[in-house]
Ligand binder design. Sequence first.
Ligand code: TYD
Ligand code: MG
Length: 448
Amino acid sequence: MLYNLNMSKTKQNFICSVCSFCSPRWIGSCPECQSWSTFCEKEIANFTKTNLNRTVTLKSLSDKINLPERLKSNVLEWDRVLGGGIVPGSLSILTGDPGVGKSTLLLQIANTLSKFHSVVYVSSEESLDQIQLRAQRIGCQNSDLKFLDNSDLGIIIATIKTTDTAVIILDSIQNCCIENGNFGSISQLRDVTFELMRFAKQENRAIIATGHVTKDGIIAGPRTIEHLVDTVLYLQTDDKNQIRILRSVKNRFGSVNEIGFFEMNCDGLKEVRNFSQQLVADASNAIGSILVSSFEGSRPIIVELQALIIPSNFGIPQRVITGIEHKQVILIAAILEKYLHVRFSTNDIFFKVSGGIKLKEQTTDLAIALSLLSSYFQKPLPPKSLALGEMSLTGQIKPISQAQAHVKEGRTFGIEKFFLAVSQKIEENKKDCVFLSSVYDLLKLFPE
Ligand code: TYD
Ligand code: MG
């Protein structure tokens, strides 16, 4: 049903079933998405007649509210990313590349949730046999978890209404269809999302649906429905290792910076609660390597930076940088070249961040500089070293905020040496701290 807020007698009552473009008359080809024969007539609700004689009670923000209790799964990495558990009556989307592990994660969450709440796992993609096979493989066999393999949204909603289900897992939202809908089209995806949202809110049942990311991210991609839902979660991987990172990019009920770590094994996804500890243990004191700590949501994460500097064989030196802002590394290299007369401009720079993390903070400037210099001078830094500091264009090393929290976390994970700005305020013992004031101090760390 469309609502026409324009009080005049507009007759925009033909709508493209692919992209929802409106036209006052029927047309064969859509000027917006170029689809053919997709226009159909839609009833336009009369705003004046339907709503103007209904009233509701006005409320105040200071009115007492009953906060709904969140539904916890006891999978801590999942609960934290959601802001402390699933909010009843919310609609969340879990999205990510095909094969990243969305179905596996949701099956495991559904399984643990079903020990405390009534949960239905609806698959619009796979048959019950397929899900059972996976469930057996990963040990998700709680008999209280109910399944439904159907893609018709009407049937799904009608069936669930007859039960007391608190959480509905829907895999996937793109494969759900509604009557007379254009299967796979954006308008159908929007309609399905809208109906799910209405159902979740009216019935106070939480829905978590998976959504596929297409290569272009446009056609039937979850991007088009992000603004409609309460929470958008991304499950990501760096392709090379088994680590999966769960990230919330929109959360109406919590922070969007939280991330959770999982590891894909032969028996499903396992929580990785001590991700930093693993990376610190794996970190070598190889040439070009240093550790850095960065806040991801409420906790600092320790990752390893690796640089490789080699003489360039081509006229234009290569810069291959992953996991960190390209410009940040280039800028630090330029500062070092300017003040320390190291010759990066005739060398190739390869730079990466371990563990599939994407660093965004400026707090990594000092670590980048030390890692580049370590590779350039072919000298390793002391084992288990961590650097924290910003660098100005004039070559000064600047303090960062919350350094104490980073140092505290680093010590618990076995960091033996901290490189910090000279003006950085650190409480308690500073025996393991090396204070640096400018780029010239960095040279002293790599004696001839
Ligand atoms: P899946 O959850 O089906 O991904 P998505 O729903 O995001 O498309 O996961 C598929 C991949 O995960 C597949 O490549 C196999 C791998 N996998 C494992 O390595 N171990 C397991 O226990 C399971 C169930 C899947
Ligand atoms: Mg899947």
